[in-house]
Design a binder for this molecule. Structure first.
Ligand SMILES: [Fe+2]
Length: 327
């Protein structure tokens, strides 16, 4: 368990849901690449998907295991978090069958009011698929009060804003179709401009701002072909408007960085894949629990990493790791 002191004091605000005023437990999971049923049609693979399909058959299918994800989610339920956030890559090839499977999985995880999703690059794998996530997962992504988003303009949904007590959960979309062998993300100037206003408004409302983004916004966290193309512009917005916490996925490892803002240092935290068997050290299935407690003039943030070493001896054993920097 590590502690990070948020330098920003917050006060209560309106909410659609009852939230304990002085404590909040947020669960963060990501990148579970649910996969697809056997028998993918050849026509569905006549594009970038053919490479992703081969990678899935050769390597990823053995790594991202539904039984691992199931055990992890079972543990998550026992923790009874106030809210759950999922930072993208629920699917692998962005196939319709995968979106439906992910929808069913989200429904089992919790109601849309308690689960917030932002998409990842795999959820926008090819151009013809982009838009379907909106139709399938819209109620898990949309801002409070939005009931019928335009499925033909998914980027127009973002940034999303969901207010839960003194917390603003702000979703940023980096998912865009990209060329084969690339897994880059882009926020775009229009969304960045809207994000700046959202951060400014929620700051004036004295909300604790939690920003969700699939791609890591700190340079060097992932390789060039997996980068966020406009990460510098995102960091500039944050430097001007601040935020209290930034959560991301995509890297399949626990990462912790800090960015400077007018309100102090903002933790930027990445979580590994929730379904990974962990055949590579540090990449096993994990999720994070952020315990927020109101102090006299600030919020205290404690971070717990719930991890599952799965191997032949311990399967389906599990244990809790307390230090996210240990791997
Ligand atoms: Fe990703």
């Amino acid at each position: 368990m590590i502690s990070v002191k948020s330098e920003r004091a917050t006060a209560g605000a309106g909410s659609e849901l009852p939230v304990v005023a002085d404590t909040f437990v947020l669960a963060h999971l990501s990148d579970f690449h649910l996969g697809f049923p056997d028998g993918v049609g050849v026509r569905e693979l006549l594009n970038k998907r053919v490479l992703g399909y081969l990678m899935w058959r050769l390597r990823r299918r053995a790594e991202h295991r539904p039984e691992v994800l199931g055990a992890l989610v079972s543990d998550l339920r026992d923790m009874r978090p106030d809210h759950i956030v999922v930072t993208g890559d629920l699917t692998h090839l962005g196939l319709p069958a995968e979106f439906l499977r992910a929808r069913q999985w989200l429904s089992a995880l919790g109601p849309p009011s308690q689960v917030t999703v932002v998409p990842g690059n795999h959820d926008a794998y090819v151009r013809d698929a982009w838009g379907r996530p909106v139709a399938q997962w819209a109620d898990y992504m949309v801002s409070d009060g939005v009931s019928s988003p335009d499925p033909m303009a998914p980027l127009g949904l973002f940034p999303t804003v969901r207010i839960r007590g003194p917390f603003a959960v702000i979703g940023v979309c980096t998912a865009r179709p990209s060329l084969p062998l690339l897994a880059v993300g882009t926020i775009g100037r229009a969304q960045l401009a809207r994000l700046e206003k959202v951060l400014e408004t929620t700051s004036r409302q004295d909300l604790y701002r939690i920003v969700l983004i699939h791609h890591p916004p700190v340079s060097g966290t992932v390789t060039w072909h997996r980068r966020l193309t406009d990460s510098a512009a995102f960091r500039e917005v944050l430097a001007r408007q601040g935020a209290e916490l930034v959560l991301h996925g995509h890297a399949h490892r626990t990462f912790m960085h800090q960015l400077s803002t007018p309100a102090g240092k903002v933790p930027v935290i990445g979580v590994p894949s929730a379904s990974a068997l962990g055949r590579t050290a540090g990449r096993g299935s994990r999720y994070h629990l952020y315990h927020l407690r109101r102090g006299d003039h600030s919020w205290d943030l404690r971070i717990a990493v719930r991890a599952y070493p799965f191997n032949e001896k311990s399967y389906p054993g599990r244990e809790t790791l307390l230090d996210p920097f240990s791997s």
